[in-house]
Design a protein around this ligand. Sequence first.
Ligand SMILES: [Zn+2]
Length: 161
Amino acid sequence: MQKYVNQLIEDIQNAHRVEEEQAADLGEHLDEGEEVEDIREHFEEVERYLNSDSETEPSFADHCGLDKAAFPPADRLSDKQKMEICTAFEKMMQSYNAYPSMPDILPPTMAYDTFVGVLDVRLFLPKLGMVGIEFCDYEPEHCQFGEYCTCKDLEDEINDE
Ligand SMILES: [Zn+2]
């Protein structure tokens, strides 16, 4: 299985978004005209983001080209393997400016299943700016993170007042 996991991690690394913009950022400063163009593009993206409909957007799997079927069921993997895959997956998501909102401490299986579940999430990914992916509805009884979620603490705090 480790051989398969190594290959999967390599595939995840190859699924990083390669952006001309990122290359430009690393290079010399843009001249003013390009900056204006950048800002315009940014506002267009914000508008597009606000109008985006999660039903019709491509899934994260479409964006990154990874197939959910390539991810083994959690019970076939060791905790270490799950965490390795999670770390690679999170880095890959960041290359798309996508940041998952997850509790800091999660059991490996829960973290793994959450990351793999991201592949089904339909979303608009802007070139500029970040997108947070929420899994928690702030309803502790139904929260997929159960006792690990900090949304429970929030409710306790409100009840204490
Ligand atoms: Zn929650």
